[in-house]
Design a protein around this ligand. Structure first.
Ligand SMILES: [Zn+2]
Length: 230
């Protein structure tokens, strides 16, 4: 029995992965590739409802994330249960991500681009940076965490990282056939999409169509792709 997966998706909050990469995830799953999600924070501040309490919201969002993952055929969802809006680039957080990489040994990782400028959720910026650092060099080097090695978590080389939310994407994934599944998964996040203004779905559709312009397919998710050669 192995934990190995093709792709390990690290999402700052429940729902980010559905916005960023769910169409690509559904495509991978349809090709027989195994995908694991890790959700960093509990999302317990993501509401404008004055009557909503943090504990209840965290539980709702966990269930919404599990439902979305089921729609997409994600193999496993790991919850790190960190506090929403409180992520920091700490040795502990980095080690948690290294532990996930060494456990699931992904070829591909995906997360939010840390280098989007100006207004960008702090948790997105921190998660992106920590994932890149964890993938290289910390997960690779056997001397980095002797205790993880002792626990049987061997070094692992990730081949590429896909960053969603990139200002200058260099990789476009064809989601023409999986857009509907992506939207179905996104709708599982009722506590979030319920707050959107009318017409948001049309705007999203237009955006994915415009990202595919000139690419030879109808709809695309866009990423900055980082290849790790060494
Ligand atoms: Zn988020």
């Amino acid at each position: 029995m192995t934990n190995n997966c093709y792709a390990l998706v690290i999402t700052p909050h429940p729902d980010d992965a559905e916005y960023g990469i769910a169409g690509t995830v559904a495509k991978w799953v349809s090709e027989g590739k195994e995908v694991v999600y890790a959700v960093c924070t509990n999302g317990n501040k993501g509401t404008s409802d004055p009557n909503m309490k943090s504990e209840r919201l965290a539980e709702i969002r966990k269930q919404e994330q599990q439902a979305a993952a089921r729609v997409l055929g994600v193999k496993e969802v790991v919850f790190l249960h960190l506090e929403d809006q409180a992520l920091e680039d700490t040795p502990e957080f980095r080690k948690q991500i290294v532990r996930l990489i060494r456990t699931y040994k992904p070829e591909v990782m995906a997360t939010s681009d840390p280098y989007r400028r100006y207004i960008w959720h702090r948790d997105h910026r921190i998660t992106g940076q920590v994932v890149l650092d964890a993938a290289f060099p910390y997960a690779r080097d056997h001397l980095a965490y002797p205790d993880l090695l002792e626990a049987g978590l061997m070094p692992h080389k990730v081949k590429e990282v896909l960053l969603w939310g990139a200002e200058n994407p260099n990789h476009f994934s064809d989601i023409s056939d999986t857009y509907d599944i992506k939207m179905k998964a996104l709708h599982c996040h009722k506590s979030q999409v319920g707050q959107h203004p009318a017409g948001w779905e049309d705007l999203m559709k237009q955006r994915y169509e415009s990202l595919a312009e000139g690419k030879g397919f109808k709809m695309a998710e866009a990423f900055y792709k980082v290849d790790i050669w060494w």
